[in-house]
Design a protein around this ligand. Sequence first.
Ligand SMILES: Nc1ncnc2c1ncn2[C@@H]1O[C@H](COP(=O)(O)OP(=O)(O)OP(=O)(O)O)[C@@H](O)[C@H]1O
Length: 319
Amino acid sequence: MIEVRGLTKAYGRTVAVDDLTFSVRPGTVTGFLGPNGAGKSTTMRMILGLDVPTRGQALINGQPYASLVSPLTKVGALLDATWIHPNRSARAHLAFLAASNKLPRARVDEVLELVGLTAVAGKSAGKFSLGMKQRLGLAGALLGDPEVLLFDEPVNGLDPEGIHWIRTFMKNLASQGRTVLVSSHLLSEMALTADHLLVIGRGRLIADQSTADFISQATEASVKVRSPQLAELRTALAAAGIRTTDSDGPTGPGGALTAFGTPIERIGDLAASHGVVLHELSPQTGSLEDAFIQLTGDSVEYSGTSTPGPTGTERTVAS
Ligand SMILES: Nc1ncnc2c1ncn2[C@@H]1O[C@H](COP(=O)(O)OP(=O)(O)OP(=O)(O)O)[C@@H](O)[C@H]1O
């Protein structure tokens, strides 16, 4: 369990983290989201005792990091996978970590096996691909078999297979009853990985709720309907006071509409009562990306226009 109470960090006049209070519970993957510069890394660094809070505190299983005995057995972290001695082999890197934390040497081969690096354990880590470095970073985080794990952007730059592997790996760690906090900008990936979300903007807490609630609260549920009798259906829905839009947009092939604010059963019943044939009737839920943009819009420190500037480059304006 991670508990953060009134956590604040100011760098001169910049308040990077502003009075954050939340708990990260065991048994689930908690996603830590926020626009660039929101304060995610600073928060993680304070939880891990790498930065000193200006105010407030962060506790791991009831204790600040600094007072943990054998901290690697309580909390493991992957903050920067490229932070490896380039000439050291994966096994030597982990053996060094194990020795400096008085952890059993046998654990090195166990964690290499867990992350699938046994076959390359003798190779220089400097020659590893980014995906292999991420696996080595995970192995380091798991060396002490900790209950609490923090991962900062663990899937950054990985290919789809690597992303899938890390997703499954994190879900497994949570299902073993561990506390897993993971930050990422890959929202479609976080929607698949995290059951719970902490969302921050400009250092402040915006949301602390289940991923499903976060999405449904910020986006409007709707129903997509495809029919060869679209005009009749549109008229029938309008007569029933149901708002619709053209699903395929002005340039699409037509034949489908989206109806808002009405249960799917009522749409189906109305179509049947007007003798309208349906080829599709499907519920549409908003995406995590839609919800994120909706709820963090005011917290984005630097936003770009989507219109290229006169030289063809994107204009960026501070909001
Ligand atoms: N050592 C530092 N000195 C001064 N300012 C800092 C320092 N570290 C972070 N900041 C500032 O604190 C704010 C939060 O930064 P932080 O890296 O925690 O955000 P983040 O949410 O992790 O961002 P990103 O998603 O871009 O990695 C930013 O305005 C950043 O410029």
